[in-house]
Ligand binder design. Structure first.
Ligand code: T1G
Length: 698
């Protein structure tokens, strides 16, 4: 027996305990241990039943993702599941924590399942670019029916014990320790003479229109394959004998295992866990934060306050007047009412937040005792400096002073205080209570424990925090400006904003850059162009057609017209015909001859600009690792997760191909297209961005 699965005999019950921390992943030793445990129980005279449960935090949380991409080692998980189910003994699983993927598949191959009330379970393989590959798509529908099985397999969502009981995934919920409730349930089953109950022997569920379900799922996935493959696997459970259904599931699973989408999504899984692990923070203790001050109750400030309240922090929100403070309170109330309606926030909790946790103020003195302040006031340096001068005078020693600025120089802001070591950037993305990304911007003098405090606050708020250095736009907006410029160049040279948007939604973005601009407000870009105009290089190509839209008062969705026209009741906008008129007029004025762009070239140019600027951001140390840039774009800019992020996408294309594109584009504009020296070095040395991630981790 391996020690990954403990064996114990209690009367006529054999107990198999998973002992593979931290999440009892079903690695090789665990799989071997399970098979050996079942065989030992069957050979152990007098044993009538087997209990399987997990020691530590959870029942099996799935296959060991670190084994993916390596040669698979027997016993394979589907065989382990079938071996468990085929036992002549009664096999019971007792679940707690998160029984996910292969973990739930082990439970489904047991004859009975009991769970603690807080147990959660699901088949999240689609989030890794896969489908359940150990009979889950064949057993689950036999218990829940096709509709529920397709929902769980294609969404990858977790369900709680109550929903699992209602769906028939588990048989019982019991309070207590998984081992105890498991033993009690086995006893109950043996005493009542309960029969073995093999799920695979249950009748196949009634079919649905699988082609329709497949097409709908493929469309919803915006190019992601795994959910649609999940529909076909469940279809096999309806149309084929169990063993053939398992074979079809394996075929589909193996096909997905070989895709770039699987590589991209597993990269995203591990990057999400690595991004908060910075060697510079090893052994650094964050300062305790129980109360937060927020200055400015506009959309951003109210969103930040909402996120802090939702994380159980007390909030003092400072505005210029009682009316403005009241307006902020209403915004916060509106933000929280969404959660209230959805039932994810109870009325008592809502009331506690709004009456006790939230304090409105108009005097800086109200901030004298908070542990951390975040200002979200107007994006102008002199305004920020006034705020930080007041904070320096009012806030207690050790309070963290954070700015939410999206591009201003934080070193310059810190310099007006006597405590630059306590100043940091916490760049939220609107809506701040919903968007996952938080850029933790570290200024020259920011103290390590203040950086650690920023990351701890991010974790508390449920954010994905990424360390950034100080430059115009930090990581995300700096790179955005570059690839957005590449798009504008294509518009000047012959492509339309609408074609570019479509090419990029076909690539997997939820929205193209022009629809995003309409959503954010065209006035933001307009202000930025005006701000940067004085220092613009003569070779920069900056179109003026969008300025004319703004001068006419067309700011996008908020005015009902921008690149698109938004009519009441219609979800998406329709292309605004005057946009092409403005573009054609500008092309004529500049004497530009238009040419056609293929969708493929549009994507290659857009992505080459993104990757090239990312390499420059890396080289300057603004981002620590390529995975940090990936996490910025996956969690803050709607980058398609199955590409793994821009740097992972580039690795999978081949950095030599990306560099070759850049050099080709440079022949027509060697000012905009200047290959990043880091990219050239990586290609010369045959290294990848993944190699840089591994080097940073070692
Ligand atoms: N394999 C390997 N390592 C894993 C792992 C897994 N399945 N799950 C977590 N870890 C590591 C993780 O990298 C981290 O490591 C540590 O455990 C704690 O994780 C055939 C093919 C279980 C809800 O997709 O959702 O089964 O950084 O920080 O916040 O059909 O981990 O400490 O070195 O996330 O408490 C399906 C993925 C696999 C579950 C716990 N299962 N894991 O969250 O801790 S595919 C999953 C999670 C499959 C079969 C198919 C979460 C969690 P380190 P953590 P957490």
């Amino acid at each position: 027996m391996t020690d990954a699965i403990g064996y114990e005999r209690i009367g006529d019950i054999a107990v198999l305990a998973a002992q593979n921390p931290p999440v009892n992943a079903l690695g090789y030793d665990v799989r071997v241990g399970l098979v050996q445990g079942i065989e030992r129980a069957e050979a152990d005279a007098g044993v009538r039943a087997v209990l399987i449960y997990g020691e530590g935090a959870t029942y099996f949380a799935g296959a060991d993702i670190r084994e993916f991409g390596k040669p698979p080692r027997e016993p394979f998980l589907p065989d382990v599941c079938n071996r468990i189910e085929s036992s002549p003994l009664i096999v019971v699983s007792a679940m707690h924590g998160t029984a996910l993927g292969g973990g739930l598949e082990i439970a489904l191959s047991s004859h009975y399942r009991v769970a603690v009330p807080k147990a959660r379970m699901g088949l999240p393989e689609v989030n890794l670019g896969l489908i359940p590959g150990a009979t889950g798509t064949q057993r689950l529908p036999r218990l829940t029916g096709v509709e529920a099985a397709i929902d769980l397999v294609t969404s990858g969502r977790q369900i709680g014990a109550k929903e699992a009981l209602d769906l028939g995934v588990i048989d019982k919920i019991a309070e207590g320790d998984p081992r105890e409730i498991g033993l009690a349930y086995v006893r109950e089953l043996l005493d009542s003479g309960a029969p073995r109950r093999a799920v695979s022997e249950l009748p196949a569920p009634a079919p649905i229109d699988f082609d329709a379900a497949y097409e709908a799922t493929l469309k919803k996935g915006r190019g992601q394959l795994s959910p649609a493959y999940g529909v076909r696997a469940v279809q096999a459970a309806c149309e084929r004998p169990f063993a053939e259904g398992v074979a079809e599931e394996r075929r589909l699973f193996t096909e997905l295992m070989g895709t770039k989408q699987r590589q991209g999504m597993i990269h995203a899984f591990f990057a999400e866990r690595a991004v908060g692990k910075l060697p510079e923070l090893d052994g650094v203790t964050p300062r305790e934060v129980k109360s937060v001050g927020v200055i400015g109750g506009g959309t951003m400030g109210a969103g930040i306050a909402t996120a802090a309240l939702g994380a159980g922090l007390s909030v003092v929100l400072l505005e210029m007047s009682a009316e403005a403070a009241e307006a902020a309170r209403k915004r916060i109330e509106g933000n929280l009412s969404g959660a209230l309606k959805r039932g994810s926030l109870g009325q008592d909790a809502f009331d506690a937040m709004m009456t006790r946790a939230l304090t409105l103020a108009t005097d800086y003195e109200a901030l004298s005792d908070v542990d951390l302040v975040i200002e979200a006031v107007f994006e102008q340096m002199d305004v920020k400096k006034q705020v930080f001068t007041r904070l320096d005078a009012v806030c207690k020693p050790g309070a963290v002073l954070a700015t939410n600025t999206s591009y201003l120089d934080i070193d310059e802001i810190a310099a007006v205080t006597k405590r630059p070591q306590d100043v940091i950037g916490l760049h939220f993305f609107s809506p701040a209570h919903i968007m996952k990304l938080l850029e933790v911007v570290v200024a020259d003098k920011t103290a390590p424990e203040v950086v650690a405090t920023g990351f701890a606050l991010g974790k508390r708020l449920g954010k994905i925090s990424v360390r950034a250095g100080v430059c115009d736009g930090f990581i995300g907006n700096r790179i955005l400006k570059t690839y957005r410029t590449a798009a504008e160049h294509m518009v000047l040279d012959g492509a339309s904003p609408f074609q570019i948007d479509k090419a990029l939604t076909d690539f997997g973005f939820a929205m193209g850059p022009y629809a995003v601009s309409d959503l954010a407000g065209l006035d933001i870009g307009w202000m930025t162009r005006k701000r940067l105009a004085p220092t613009r290089h003569p070779r920069e190509r900056v179109p003026t057609y969008a300025d004319k839209l703004c001068e006419a008062g067309h700011y996008g969705q908020k005015t009902g017209r921008g690149y698109y026209i938004y009519e009441a009741g219609r979800r998406a906008g329709i292309p605004n015909p005057e946009v092409m008129e403005l573009i054609e007029a500008e092309r004529a004025e500049l004497g530009l001859a238009s040419r056609d762009f293929s969708d493929d070239e549009i994507v290659r140019r857009y992505m080459a600009a993104m990757v090239n600027e990312g390499a420059k951001v890396l080289e300057e140390g603004i981002a620590r690792r390529p995975l940090d840039i990936d996490m910025v774009f996956l969690s803050g800019y709607g980058f398609p997760r199955y590409h793994g992020g821009p740097m992972k996408w580039a690795d999978m294309q081949g950095l030599d191909k990306v560099l070759e594109d850049i050099r080709t584009f440079a022949r027509e504009d060697d000012y905009f297209w200047q290959p990043a020296p880091l990219l050239e070095r990586l290609v010369e040395e045959g290294r990848t961005f993944d190699d840089m991630n591994r080097e940073a981790a070692s």
